[in-house]
Design a protein around this ligand. Structure first.
Ligand code: BES
Ligand code: MN
Ligand code: ZN
Length: 480
């Protein structure tokens, strides 16, 4: 856990310094003072043609007369946004990862809320998944000194770090190999987190899943040796102003089932529970912040495996709300488990249901690997879009055309789990819509941004924890 403090006497004992630079090489007051004391720094900046463009980074030794061993200049561009501050802090965290203590001026920025972004960026940028390395090399950063920062800035930075801790909680679960997160194991981790956070939890085992009529989840679990679970987490503050339900896809490994994936297609499929992890991470944060919003988190957890008992193409499943689904491709399993999760959420009549899922490769084809697809009616997708924008997670709305519904018509059941050749993300979303009844609903397809193929700013290679920040922001907005 990184500590944050203000500008105490002795702060100059920090070993690293992160200076934000606005394009045109414009410094804040502290930066100007420092540049005056250490005139040779200008030459370093000249040599590197460093002017403070967005994402520009230059690390130099502090040199003689400097209180710092290493100085990182991070570019903020010409008109810095909150997201640029988060990214700058993340880049600085990675550039100064060997420094136990880092001083910064990044919070000292015209934007309101910059200190929150500094806290978030440093925690996220210091993240690594080292559990299985025999010689782990975690970030050395232990404390961040906000130069010139008072109590308010420190409190904001700590809030940013609290949100980031939910993201890193999710990242750890997602990066965990499938062998270490069977549904029962993952459910227990969620229950332990709930107990620590003051959340109420309920877990359904395989028999209860069958008895409760969760036919989609049960169907997907049939080919797996490890039995399924369904996790419900409740956050119920006395002063709740609204009721939000979040449902996350929790396929702890997606082999495709009998409609088997290729070897390459399976390489990253331990991350197919990123939606469930985002729900767990967000609820941990919402409880820690004490937001006055009632929140129900639901995560159907199972493996999708091709064992002897596996679901067969052509099988028909009955979901919790009584609707039937013909399974033509067992690799389109996410929508089957979400059908039950969404039905359960809708039964509680929340003000809003948001589901989050690594649902379709075609969403990643459409939007690339950094932008999530957002589906639903104008309202509430407007609110989800606004929350995502404020949180710094990129989402883009895709349509839910009524006339495409016929593409998932089945000859034998109420619907089938595949569509026509094109528009795969839309067909998946149209199926989900069948399970939310009249409750306002938005769907996030995070197949692209749940995982990063390379590290940049506050993102590490591997799990990103995408969605935690949007859900938290949505709860913050609903608390107003
Ligand atoms: N988990 C996958 C989607 C996915 C693919 C996520 C790649 C991240 C990266 C999902 O269960 C799946 O297999 N979807 C199929 C559906 C198809 C069979 C209708 C897909 O998108 O190809
Ligand atoms: Mn699949
Ligand atoms: Zn899947």
């Amino acid at each position: 856990m990184i500590e944050f403090r203000g500008d105490l006497p002795g702060a100059e004992s920090a070993s690293g310094l992160a200076l934000g630079v606005v394009e045109g090489r414009v410094f804040d007051e502290t930066g100007r003072g420092l540049m005056g004391q250490l005139p040779w720094l200008e030459h370093h900046l000249d040599d590197a043609e460093f002017i403070g463009k967005t994402g520009q980074l230059l690390v130099v030794p502090g040199g003689e007369g400097s209180a710092y061993r290493r100085i990182a200049f991070v570019g903020l561009g010409s008109d810095p946004t909150a997201e640029q501050v988060r990214r700058a802090a993340g880049s600085a965290a990675r550039a100064l990862e060997q420094m136990p203590s880092v001083a910064t001026t990044l919070h000292d920025h015209p934007l309101a809320g910059s200190a929150e972004g500094v806290g978030m960026g440093f925690v996220l940028g210091s993240y690594g998944f080292h559990r299985h390395k025999s010689e782990p090399k975690p970030s050395a950063i232990e404390s961040i000194v906000l130069l010139g920062g008072g109590d308010a800035a420190v409190a904001e930075a700590r809030r940013g770090a609290t949100i980031a801790a939910g993201v890193t909680f999710a990242r750890d679960l997602i990066n965990t190999p499938a062998i270490g997160k069977a549904p029962a194991t993952l459910a227990q981790i969620a229950v332990d987190m709930a107990a620590e956070s003051g959340l109420r939890s309920r877990v359904l085992d395989g028999q209860q899943i069958e008895a409760e009529g969760l036919g989609g989840l049960r169907g997907v679990s049939l080919g797996a040796a490890n039995p399924p679970r369904l996790v419900e987490l409740w956050y119920e503050p006395a002063d709740a102003k609204a009721f939000l339900a979040v449902v996350g896809k929790g396929i702890v490994f997606d082999s495709g089932g009998l409609s088997l994936k290729t070897a390459e297609g399976m390489e990253t499929m331990k991350t197919d529970m990123s939606g469930a992890a985002a729900v767990f991470g967000a609820m941990k944060v919402i409880a820690a912040l004490g937001l006055p919003v009632r929140v129900l988190g639901i995560a159907p957890l199972t493996e999708n495996m091709p064992g002897g008992g596996a679901l067969r193409p052509g099988d028909v499943l009955t979901a919790r709300n009584g609707k039937t689904i013909e399974v033509l491709n067992t690799d389109a399993e996410g929508r089957l488990v979400l059908a039950d999760g969404l039905s359960l959420a809708a039964e509680q009549s929340p003000d809003l249901i948001v589901d989050i899922a690594t649902l379709t490769g075609s969403c990643a084809v459409a939007l690339g690997d950094k932008i999530a697809g957002l589906f639903g009616a104008d309202e509430p997708t407007g609110r989800v879009q606004a929350a995502a924008d404020a949180a710094g997670e990129r989402v883009w709305r895709l349509p839910l055309p009524e006339d495409y519904r016929k593409n998932i018509d089945s000859d034998v059941a109420d619907m089938k789990n595949t569509g026509t050749r094109y528009g795969g993300a839309i067909h998946a979303a149209l199926l989900l819509k069948e399970f939310v009844g009249d409750v306002p609903w938005a769907h996030l397809d995070i197949a692209g941004p749940a995982r990063a193929t390379e590290a940049e700013h506050y993102v590490a290679k591997g799990a990103t924890g995408f969605g935690v920040r949007t859900i938290v922001q949505l709860a913050r907005d609903m608390a107003k």
